[in-house]
Design a protein around this ligand. Structure first.
Ligand code: ATP
Ligand code: MG
Length: 588
């Protein structure tokens, strides 16, 4: 079903958006101008992310401004001003330098969302070492594998995580010189040290060494939705994209209170949970606890959050909670809601309007792109179901591959093809660590091929169709699971759906849906037939699911993405492949 566009009247918005004239801005855009809005290291010594995020604010009028307000699971609140964060991260940088940890060395972090993680991230960048976050709920095997693949030299973690997950695999990590325990009072050995001790002995003054914009800064593993996670390498220059998307997409203004709900174990939690908001000198909320509808509404109200960046999975969970729960909270401060990570069903955009009083702005990017590439903007109309238009400075296209190294650009609107980006934006990944060939294969005919399929309408809005790996080929048609899932979600009984292609000898694959029902609905043959009829009437028989199974929960990555490859493997009785990033496994 087509949904009417949500128009914007900029005169009625609480704050005038930073990006008002989209087309004009795209035309006159230059990354050099963006660079001029940043500081650069003193005396022309280069560009360092941590300097742009913290030190330059700490040296000026924002010194006392809260950079991070940390909300602990048990109710504790810790505020870190830009000044304090500068000192703490400088201490950490001095700790690394004193241990002989050099520029380019990998510093892994395995911790929940605790203040030490943020301090370590920024201190690592200051020392020109490479920050490599690990999601804290990983078990020993995925942790060890990633540290081996990433050549870990240092690990920052808690005593508990260390004892439970790392101590047993230490002998498989000969390159790991130091484990720094965030909560140990004393050193256990030369290799296993107390971080508080080292921090207490270190100076809070640190001069960032000359940093090239092309120096490696962050190593991020992808989400593993489609297979083995890949290690994407990012450089300090990525801060240009972080800053620009903070300005144009998140629309950050000096007095904003910003909350990015993602964990730094995933790229969103680093690019937008740490760097981007700090480059704008604003206050970020960090919540240590996991999703809970009541807690989240409470935080939005109590912390007077103005700009909120979350994910479709969280929005769908809020949609499952009763609307009157939301009504008990005053969300009048909230002015912008953004979402990333998965396609945002049109139903969810409209739910935002109805229940939050604000439409949800979807945006698209990947671990590989380092920052937001396609987005809905505060000043521009939203077309529900569309991920929006390219960021000024980003050239996106729909392409078809030709022979060898050639691609054909699809000019006509509304034609599906591969989503590609013109390489060269500042936060583009520079390699897949130790996998040169895979990296090379991503670039064809002068384009970066994203691995997603999409179409572009005549006004330049991009519409997600599916991941290349998830596309269903049925009776000569190409069917994107997202369209089928979104349609099923329009039925009042459906909370979530995951759709796969099931091999079938005559038509190639048949469309099969796994459906999670909303509270108050129970699976029955009658409901199954009703949903099949519902799908057919809206999608037509070629695209509608022919089989529907009810399921209690969809398999998801820990960052909340539906793992269709797992639904498929289970359906076909095949091996499940890498499940290290799957939700519901080992926990911290
Ligand atoms: P892996 O590459 O290991 O299989 P992954 O692709 O899920 O995992 P990420 O880099 O975290 O790892 O996710 C990027 C992908 O998420 C995109 O390529 C796209 O498929 C999906 N995605 C992100 N945002 C959106 C969005 N707004 N709409 C649709 N899909 C999105
Ligand atoms: Mg991917």
């Amino acid at each position: 079903m087509d949904f009417a566009p949500i128009k914007k009247d900029t005169a009625r918005l609480a704050v005038l958006p930073n990006l008002l004239e989209y087309e004009k801005c795209c035309e006159s855009f230059s990354w050099d101008t963006v660079r001029l809005e940043l500081d650069g290291l003193p005396d022309g010594r280069g560009l360092n992310m941590a300097h742009e995020a913290v030190d330059r604010h700490a040296a000026g009028p924002l010194r006392q401004r809260i950079a991070i307000r940390w909300l602990g699971k048990g109710g504790a609140v810790v505020d870190l001003s830009y000044g304090a964060l500068r000192e703490q991260s400088s201490r950490f940088a001095n700790v690394l330098a004193a241990l002989g940890v050099a520029g380019g060395d990998r510093v892994f972090c395995l911790a929940g969302r605790i203040p030490e993680l943020y301090i370590a991230a920024l201190g690592t960048l200051k020392n020109r070492s490479v920050f490599c976050p690990l999601f804290s709920a990983f078990g020993p095997e995925p942790i060890c594998q990633r540290m081996v693949r990433g050549d870990a030299k240092v690990l920052v973690t808690t005593e508990r995580q260390y004892a439970k997950k790392v101590a047993g695999v230490l002998d498989r990590l000969p390159l790991l010189s130091f484990v720094l325990l965030t909560d140990a009072e004393s050193h256990q050995s030369d290799r296993i040290r107390s971080l508080p001790r080292l921090m207490a002995e270190a100076s809070d003054e640190f001069t960032i060494p000359p940093t090239s914009p092309d120096d490696m800064a962050i190593l991020h593993f992808t989400s593993g939705t489609t297979g083995m996670p890949k290690g994407a390498v990012h450089v300090h220059n990525a801060v240009l994209t972080h800053y620009l998307t903070g300005k144009y997409v998140l629309d950050l203004h000096p007095d904003d209170i910003f909350w990015c709900t993602a964990d730094p174990g995933w790229v969103t939690g680093t690019s937008y949970g740490i760097i981007a908001p700090m480059t704008h000198g604003i206050t970020s909320i960090i919540d240590e606890a996991d999703f809970d509808a009541e807690r989240w509404y409470h935080i939005l109200e109590e912390q007077r959050v103005t700009v909120w960046y979350t994910a479709p999975t969280a929005i769908r969970m809020l949609m499952r909670a009763p609307d009157d729960q939301r009504r008990r909270f005053d969300l009048s401060r909230l002015r912008l809601v953004h979402s990333v990570g998965e396609p945002l069903n049109p139903e969810a955009v409209l739910w935002g309007e109805k229940v939050l009083g604000l439409p949800i702005h979807d945006n698209w990017w990947q671990t590989e792109t380092g920052g937001i590439m396609i987005a809905n903007y505060a000043s521009q109309e939203i077309r529900p179901g569309s991920m929006g238009r390219p960021l000024p400075g980003i050239e996106a296209a729909i392409i078809r591959r030709g022979d060898g190294d050639t691609v054909e650009l699809i000019g006509e609107p509304d034609v599906e093809g591969e989503l590609a980006l013109k390489p060269g934006w500042p936060s583009m990944f520079r390699e897949y660590l130790h996998d040169e060939e895979r990296y090379r294969k991503c670039f064809v005919g002068g384009w970066y091929i994203t691995g997603d399929l999409a179409r572009r309408d005549r006004d330049g809005y991009f519409w997600f169709v599916g991941r290349s790996d998830d596309i269903i080929k049925t009776a000569g048609h190409m069917v994107g699971p997202f369209e089928v899932e979104s349609t099923l979600m329009e039925h009042p009984a459906v909370a979530e759906a995951g759709v796969i292609g099931k091999p079938e000898p005559v038509i190639g694959e048949l469309v099969k849906a796994f459906v999670v029902l909303k509270d108050g609905f129970t699976p029955s043959e009658e409901l199954r037939l009703e949903l099949i009829g519902f799908g057919r009437s809206r999608l037509g028989s070629a695209v509608a699911p022919k089989e529907i199974d009810f399921i209690d929960n969809l398999p998801k990555t820990r960052s909340g993405k539906i793992m269709r490859r797992l639904l498929k493997a289970r359906e076909l009785g095949l091996p499940e492949g890498d499940t290290s990033t799957m939700e519901g496994g080992e926990t911290s």
